[in-house]
Design a protein around this ligand. Sequence first.
Ligand code: FES
Ligand code: FE2
Length: 363
Amino acid sequence: MYPLPDGLFAARNQWYIAAWSEEVSRNPMERWILDEPVALYRKENGEAVALEGRCPHRGFPLGKSRVVGDNVQCGYHGITFHSDGSCAAIPSQPAIPAACRLKAYPLVEQWKWLWIWMGDPALADESLIPHEDELGLTDGDHVIASGGYDLVAGRYMLLHDNLFDLTHVGYLHMPNIGAGGGAQDTVPEIRTGPNWISSLYTQRNVDIPQFFSRLQNHTGKVDRLQGLKLFLPCLHMGGSQIFLPQGEDGRPGKRLGSLRVYHGVTPATRDSSHYFFAIGQSWSDDPAASQELFDYNRRSTFQEDMMATECIEEMIQKMGGRLSEILVKADVACVTGRRMFERMIRAELSADTADRGTLTTTG
Ligand code: FES
Ligand SMILES: [Fe+2]
């Protein structure tokens, strides 16, 4: 499905962010992931659990049911399930049919995220989750404000498209962080690895953007580096740094400030997505400074990105599920990234065909 080729939706044998740790409690919550309902809750010892969220009896959502001890009890007729998905009790009979069980999904709590594996549990290798050191969460360079979440009425690849192309900053975000210029005339340098893609936009001797000028109390020319690295299939780590212009000897100027942004994108259904975000800054140890930045971006930048995504989703729906497009130079990361997603899904499909495992595509 657009912007991927027809028939391709999302890879299942991958780790996705299911929730912020703080969202999951002793009260179950429902979250659709990769077009499946999931119930998330915590056991008495605090360990988080992810179970199939649809009761096999009449389909009542277990995310709207109740937790009893370490089990979840369906809120409709009381069938109770253990945290491994097996049935603990059916109120009206002692016999438990084999079909009366739930899928249990591998779930890992790392940093402040809960990562879920929706595919074959036997393939769930925790070492594939981007490590917090690799994500710059332990280097002490930035104070991070976290916990941002929205359900976006748009397919997940539209959010990746948005993040692959920062030339939108000077236009879509013109009223806020894009005021005074973005990277609209800069073609990014792209790098790729086996499971990541990064884009770097370098601007030399440009006017300091108004957003940074206010934050840094600085005016005049600066050098600017910004970019994003996507750890497929889910997490973008972004940065935006402002320096005094480099000297004639080519040495970089003093860093005035640095922002770091994290965008987690998880497919909810075919046309909706979970969007998790966090943001940090380098110039103050005071968490209130990061929180202020977080609140500002939550009100402005993220709303603008979600607005664009939802408008395009609506356009696709009204065009019957297809959208013709032209590609320009600035789409280099977008095109490369889409191909990586396509390869990832096709590789899984080939493996599925080989061993007749679960299907991973939808139209
Ligand atoms: S729908 Fe769950 S017990 Fe009936
Ligand atoms: Fe944006």
